[in-house]
Design a protein. Structure first.
Length: 595
């Protein structure tokens, strides 16, 4: 009996649910095909305009959906132009033919070691084009990816200009190993090693993309799945970010561009702290709640208590300045792009800042119809103040928040007042010198020879030179330097990657149905890393800040070198521009494993 009642109740609920669906509109069926050859299109998104109702077509391109009177159906499908159809009352069915989006399908997309049309892609590739990033004032390239690529998370690990970032492609893939993607700029593998070591915070202090001027970028592609990244081997396991910079156009008039922008930033919301009188009243209230004597209040006259606004000392109106100048052009034989820029950004929390001077020269020349040579060169000088203001317990923010607001900032003798184990916030702002100056050269030279139409060989040589010189002096006004009578650290870190690469590619169309794209190649890579660190303690006074002036000196140095030889190949076959088959392979031999 209970079973029959339950089944009857479920039948009533299901019937009532269908009745609600039918009452929402007339049930419309239809079929979606390609306008080119009338073949069925499975997986087409069909939705009612202005509502959340929708469905997708089945394997035969058919669909069924409840549509309100005079409703509009919207059809959308990747690689095709979207279409809207008004459904008239009493319609028996809606048959729709979608037109191919020729512009989107023929768009060339930069992929591993070459280019493919979007139509022939089988992997997951997210693109940020020049139109998407034009005239966007951002300090660093990573910010061009924020909110523009699905499955890509970009997070700054601090609010420090030029500071470290986390880029995660489709989440975190490892608990203990690295999760950063592989960066490739104009075919050059980029080092993402953190060279800054003397910062007093506990966060990554440098950003591998901060040395690159965003104004020089033409497009960014993010390879996300295993198919798209397979040709890069294990180094592409966390995704690959391919960055292409601007180049000149053939037979284009020379053009000079200058742009600048100025900006000011403030904290959207500052810490709210009680005033001196408010603090005194709260202390008196606590005293009474604890059963204290009302005649012996901690603060007999709360209104007389002073207020020291440390929050205003921490924050400032930060300025951002950017200046860009570029010249581009070309004739039948030679194309060029030359650009230079200056960028400076202050943080809203004192005293951090970031400064970048950059220059770029991209040149291509056709010696003949078969031989083409070119070069890409980027130079950058960066300066950072990486003073402790992050998650360090004795950082400038915590030092400004810890003391009560009625306690003075200075002692009666004019020295910095200290409370608990925290430094004085003004001492950290004015006297903690922790500067880092970096130099970077990313250069590539290539030659490409075409044997006959479709078959070409490209050979390239590239270098990524990256160094950072850090100079940190902690004087006796700060706890870290008080016990050692002043402390200084100087470090020079250098990371160099050399790369030689050969790629033989073949592209052929057989009639109107078959397309073949294949490539084979190899790379030879060498990486050297070196670091020299000097430490000094016990300085005669704070006026002497070089390590040579210290009484106690220590030093250390380290150096490492590694090589990598790789062989790779890729084949892509397309039938009727609709069905694609692709395979990639790569073999790496590393000296780190004794290969």
């Amino acid at each position: 009996m209970k079973t029959r009642v339950l089944i009857g109740l479920l039948f009533f609920l299901a019937t009532h649910s269908f009745a609600q669906t039918d009452s929402a509109g007339e049930r419309i069926t239809g079929r979606v095909t390609s306008a080119k050859d009338r073949s069925a299109l499975p997986g087409v998104s069909v939705s009612v305009k202005g509502s959340t109702q929708g469905t997708v077509t089945d394997a035969e391109g058919r669909f069924a959906l409840a549509v309100p009177p005079a409703g509009t159906l919207v059809f959308s499908y990747i690689g095709y132009l979207f279409k809207e159809v008004i459904v008239k009352s009493g319609s028996n069915g809606v048959d729709v033919a979608l037109e191919e989006d020729a512009k989107e399908l023929s768009e060339l997309v930069v992929v591993g070691y070459g280019q493919q049309t979007r139509q022939s892609l089988t992997g997951s590739v997210a693109s940020v084009t020049a139109a998407d990033i034009r005239d966007i004032p951002v300090p660093s390239t990573d910010q061009l990816l924020q909110g523009k690529t699905t499955g890509v998370q970009v997070t700054a690990n601090s609010g420090v200009p030029g500071g470290g970032i986390f880029i995660r492609v489709r989440g975190t893939n490892s608990v203990n190993a690295g999760n950063d993607p592989l960066y490739v700029i104009d075919g050059v593998f980029i080092n993402n090693t953190n060279l800054i070591t003397t910062g007093l915070g506990n966060q990554v202090a440098s950003n591998p993309l901060a040395d690159l001027n965003p104004a020089d970028i033409e497009s960014i592609q993010v390879l996300k799945d295993a198919n798209a990244t397979a040709i890069y081997g294990s180094r592409g396991a966390n995704g690959v970010v391919l960055i292409t910079t601007k180049r000149g156009k053939v037979n284009a008039r020379s053009r000079i561009n200058f742009s600048t922008y100025q900006g000011w930033s403030q904290a959207a919301k500052k810490y709210e702290v009680v005033t001196g009188p408010q603090l005194a009243e709260l202390e008196n209230e606590r005293h009474l709640n604890d059963g204290g004597d009302p005649t012996r209040l901690p603060f007999p006259n709360p209104a007389d208590e002073p207020t020291y606004d440390r929050i205003s000392d921490l924050f400032r109106t930060a300025r951002t300045s950017d200046y860009e100048l570029s010249v581009t052009g070309g004739n039948e034989k030679t194309t060029f792009y030359v650009g230079g820029g200056y960028f400076r950004q202050e943080s809203v929390v004192q005293p951090s800042n970031f400064e970048r001077y950059s220059a770029r020269v991209n040149l291509d020349h056709f010696f003949s119809d078969r031989l083409k040579v070119g070069t890409s060169n980027a130079l950058a000088r960066t300066g950072r103040n990486v003073s402790s203001n992050d998650n360090n317990p004795t950082g400038v923010i915590n030092s400004g928040l810890y003391p009560r607001s009625n306690l003075p900032v200075f002692n009666t003798d004019g020295s910095y007042a200290l409370y608990g184990n925290f430094d004085n916030h003004l001492a950290l702002i004015n006297h903690l010198n922790n500067d880092a100056v970096g130099h970077r050269v990313i250069s590539n030279v290539y030659a490409e020879y075409t044997f006959f139409e479709g078959l070409s060989l490209r050979s390239s040589w590239s270098i990524d030179f990256n160094d950072a010189y850090e100079n940190n002096y902690t004087n006796t006004f700060i706890s870290a330097g008080r016990a050692s009578q002043g402390r200084a650290v100087s470090a020079l870190t250098r990371d160099i990657t050399l790369l030689n690469e050969q790629v033989l590619s073949y592209r052929k169309e057989f009639g109107e149905r078959h397309r073949l794209y294949a490539l084979v190649g190899n790379t030879i890579q060498k990486n050297t890393f070196g670091r020299t660190t000097l430490n000094g303690q016990q300085f005669p006074s704070n006026d002497f800040q070089t390590i040579a002036s210290s009484a106690t000196q220590t030093g250390s140095s380290s150096r490492s070198a590694a090589g990598l030889v790789s062989y790779f190949g890729k084949v892509n076959y397309s039938y009727l521009n609709r069905y694609s088959l692709e395979g990639s392979l790569r073999a790496d031999a590393s000296s780190r494993f004794g290969a």
